[in-house]
Design a protein around this ligand. Structure first.
Ligand code: NAP
Length: 239
């Protein structure tokens, strides 16, 4: 299950699951680049994790995508694994669709669907090259059970995650024969800033640690690279 020497990029790598993935993947010997919007946080995480390369960028902004992609491939010398993890909840406090501004839906779609789509497209050449060289290639799109279940007041987020999940399945149908595999995985309810924003009164003791989900995701990446059939699954009872 080691990921020694693999070149892995993670969006949203300064908090919650993304930060736990940066740590887990470094621990397993991967070369890691990560992306987030807040420069101060990117610089802190890079300083605290020698070997991890920080990139300041916003995946929801079209003009940021190629600069992000170029920094990833330039720094890592190619790419074997992309983790589309950065996410927007849409309106907070969460609101019913009738009370949701169109701009909030646009932001959720730009961050959770268009961002991963654009970044994947921008990095597809590097991923395909990795697959052709026999290193394998995986794109892990971070999903949610809100992609499957119709939770009231989770409309913007849920619709964007449902679209991302379905797009992952189509990507996988189109590209797995060429060796580029797509995973769409739900990390479960985790004790993170995003969860606290969505469900402020949740008891953190009932939530998963992001480190646990990061370990499971690292195992899933290793399994997919190990020429196993891509797993597209969801758990119950998570945001
Ligand atoms: N927490 C849960 O219970 C739960 C459950 C199911 C699924 N998920 C999914 O798990 C993933 C991680 O969630 P989390 O709870 O770990 O979130 P989190 O703690 O809020 O961290 C989000 C990270 O993404 C970055 N980010 C946000 N928007 C960005 C953008 N437009 N461009 C680049 N970076 C951006 C943030 O940094 P900046 O703000 O500085 O950009 C931060 O590093 C998400 O896809 C979420 O939907 C979470």
């Amino acid at each position: 299950m080691e990921l020694q020497g693999l070149r892995i990029a993670i969006t949203g790598g300064t908090s919650g699951l993304g930060l736990a993935l940066v740590r887990e993947l470094l621990h397993r010997g991967a070369h890691v680049a990560f992306v987030a919007r807040t420069r101060e946080h990117v610089e802190r995480v890079a300083r605290e994790h020698p070997g991890a390369f920080g990139i300041v960028g916003d995946v929801a902004q079209k003009d940021d995508i190629y600069p992000i992609a170029l920094q990833i491939t330039g720094r890592l010398g190619g790419l074997d694994v992309l983790v589309n993890n950065a996410s927007s909840l849409g309106p907070t406090p969460l609101a019913r669709l009738g009370d949701t501004e169109c701009e909030d839906v646009e932001l959720a779609l730009a961050t959770n669907l268009l961002g991963p789509f654009r970044l994947t497209k921008a990095l597809l050449g590097a991923l395909s090259a990795s697959a052709r060289e026999g290193r394998g290639a995986v794109v892990l799109n971070v999903s949610s059970d809100a992609a499957i279940n119709a939770y009231p007041s989770w409309g913007a987020y849920g619709a964007s995650k449902a679209a991302l999940h379905h797009m992952s399945r189509i990507w996988n149908e189109e590209l797995s024969a060429e060796g580029v595999r797509f995973l769409s995985l739900d990390p479960g309810d985790m004790d993170t800033p995003l969860h606290a924003l969505a469900v402020p009164d949740a008891d953190p003791a009932t939530l998963e640690r992001p480190e646990t989900s990061a370990r499971e995701f690292a195992d899933a990446i290793a399994a997919a690279l190990g020429d196993r059939v891509a797993v597209i699954e969801h758990r119950e009872h998570s945001t």
